[in-house]
Design a protein around this ligand. Structure first.
Ligand code: ATP
Ligand code: MG
Length: 572
């Protein structure tokens, strides 16, 4: 892995490389070097700049960069920009930022559009060799002539034009003499091939669209199939790894390279990452953005790298998850909980612990001196001895979670209830004595007493309490907004829809809950956007860029496992 040089810092680059289990990609590369098929390893990550990267791309990135690095090879970032209507520099910029954030840096930064002249010259070469022709069939006719999986295609009536006529027409296509969509350049391969991609695939279409890099220079654009392998070859890519849906394109990838006699790049496919309750398709994610179902590509509920970053996921957690998922030659699906597990595991090691109360209930300690404030020592991270400690102010009036008090405690409820004693984390033992209710009969204040001899959390007489709860001093509390997220979709396979329905029907209507009156310990008043914390007993939270001075906004990254919720469910 290459450390990044960018302003978006690659966080927590892994220190010692762990021994990696073998996989077929690694074996293939090792074998190619051993047999002398290649003498170097060059890979590329080839996103189309038509959206933001999602976690599926993270898998491809980890494979492309990771394997090249293991074999002392290089990786290019290449934008596959052959669809000018859908592409944009906003996407080009976000993709670079996200690749770096994930912890990788590229050797060369290229665009398929850098090669448009070369690719055009190669088209001329194929025409001259009688391997490509200009077709006058329109898109519908081309589709009709192509046949199906069970029926062979039909040859176009324009298939046997002379080389001269093809050269003339192709030049005129380029020069803008024909309307959009009226003609194509096609490879002359085999209309009866069992592989539909080999049935005279289209190499160029006429398209008057402004390209984000080449502007209005081109009126014809190469297709993915005609541009991708040629771009690989120009960059001397040895192992062009991509997800399985491209497997049917491999014979065509090879055919073009063989006809041209250029550097023999080689395509290898691996399984596409799929995760439950998650959609990994830029097209569908774009729809969510356009229809304002989410706040943008970086909405913390989105499976994009920018969304996960904003939510508080770490690059290391994502890399560890991808490594654990592994690669295979058949598509599968992994549980969303597995991803969350790796996020929790990483944050557990690195996130400082703080106290925050999301649903505040006021506690008054009747026997605590009025006006007194004590600074209590609190450990920043028990998992990290270097994380040090801080102090948290303690006073007569505190907030605890509403959930941590029950007027009538259910069985096995060990938290605060009338007459019960609990420990306040880093504070004292307190006992609930009386309650104050509002007109609706809701408990709005609990009066307690404290035992001054239990400072720091232990009773000198050795008596035990069954529960430790968190709290925030009311006078010192920082008000915050906290955004609680649930799964974006309520269906395990959100792409599966009933007749006439759109996948948006599977959106979870409760995926965002905004808590506007959370109370935080004062150390969080000016926390910088992107900083991650564990709110003790609640989960991991990350400061959102929407934060204002003195009014932070937090995103819940992931909850801690809640054993109480399980017991409560079982008890029902
Ligand atoms: P989408 O369908 O979301 O638009 P894509 O495959 O069209 O994805 P590209 O920008 O063309 O996106 O992909 C760049 C690279 O990322 C390709 O090599 C592709 O194989 C790989 N890739 C995309 N999605 C996944 C995924 N879910 N799992 C693994 N690799 C993926
Ligand atoms: Mg694509």
């Amino acid at each position: 892995m290459n450390p990044s040089k960018s302003s978006v810092e690659p966080e927590m680059a892994s220190s010692a490389p762990e021994p990696r289990p073998s996989n077929f990609l690694r074996e293939k590369i090792a074998d190619d070097l051993k047999t002398g098929k290649y003498h170097h390893v060059q890979t590329r990550f080839p996103p189309e700049p038509n959206g933001y990267l999602h976690i599926g791309h993270a898998k491809a990135i980890c494979i492309d960069f990771g394997l090249a690095d293991e074999f002392g090879g290089k990786t290019n970032l290449r934008f596959d920009d052959t669809n000018p209507e859908k592409e944009d520099t906003e996407y080009v910029d976000s993709i670079q930022q996200d690749v770096r954030w994930l912890g990788f840096d590229w050797e060369g930064l290229y665009y398929a559009s850098d090669y448009f002249d070369q690719i055009y010259d190669w088209a001329i070469q194929l025409i001259k060799a009688g391997k490509a022709y200009v077709d006058d069939l329109n898109a519908d006719q081309v589709r009709e002539y192509r046949g199906t999986l069970t029926q062979p295609g039909k040859e176009s009536p324009y298939r046997n034009r002379s080389v001269e006529e093809n050269l003339d027409l192709f030049t005129r296509m380029k020069n803008g003499e024909f309307p959009d969509g009226s003609r194509t350049l096609r490879a002359k391969i085999d209309m009866a091939s069992p592989n539909l991609n080999m049935r005279d695939p289209i190499m160029y279409r006429i398209l008057r669209a402004e390209h984000h890099r080449t502007g209005n220079k081109w009126l014809i654009y190469p297709t993915y199939d005609w541009a991708h392998g040629q771009s690989d070859s120009i960059e001397k890519v040895t192992h062009s790894m991509c997800s399985l849906e491209f497997a049917d394109h491999q014979p065509l990838y090879n055919w073009f390279i063989e006809q041209l006699g250029i550097f023999p790049s080689q395509q290898i496919e691996f399984d596409r990452l799929a995760i439950t309750y998650t959609l990994l398709s830029k097209r569908k994610l774009l729809q969510l953005v356009n229809e304002k179902r989410v706040s943008g590509w970086d909405d913390p509920r989105m499976p994009t790298l920018s969304g996960m970053r904003r939510r508080g996921y770490t690059p290391e957690a994502i890399r560890n998850f991808i490594a654990a998922v592994g690669v295979s030659r058949t598509n599968g699906i992994v549980e969303l909980e597995m991803l969350e597990h790796f996020v929790r595991e990483d944050l557990n090691k690195h996130a400082p612990r703080v106290m925050a109360v999301l649903k505040p209930l006021k506690i008054v300690i009747d026997n605590y001196p009025e006006g007194q404030v004590e600074q209590m020592d609190a450990v920043n991270n028990p998992e990290d001895p270097n994380a040090g400690s801080r102090t948290v102010p303690f006073s007569k009036t505190l907030y605890i979670e509403q959930d941590d008090f029950r007027e009538v405690p259910p069985p096995k409820y060990f938290r605060l209830s009338p007459g019960k004693e609990v420990r306040l984390r880093y504070g004292y033992f307190i006992t609930a004595k009386s309650i104050v209710k509002n007109a609706l009969g809701e408990v709005i204040e609990v009066h307690c007493t404290y035992d001054p001899s239990t400072r720091g959390g232990n009773a000198p007489d050795g008596r035990k309490v069954k529960s430790t709860i968190h709290w925030v001093s009311a006078a010192h509390a920082v008000d915050a907004e906290v955004r609680m997220y649930e799964k974006l979709f309520s269906k395990e396979d959100p792409g599966a829809v009933e007749e006439g329905q759109n996948f948006t029907a599977n959106l979870n209507p409760n995926s965002l809950e905004i808590i506007s009156d959370a109370k935080l310990e004062p150390s969080l008043a000016n926390a910088a956007a992107g900083t991650r914390y564990q709110f003790e007993r609640l989960g991991y939270f990350c400061v959102d860029p929407d934060s204002k001075a003195g009014k932070p906004v937090f995103n819940r990254t992931v909850a801690l496992k809640d054993s109480w919720a399980k017991i409560e469910k079982k008890g029902r």
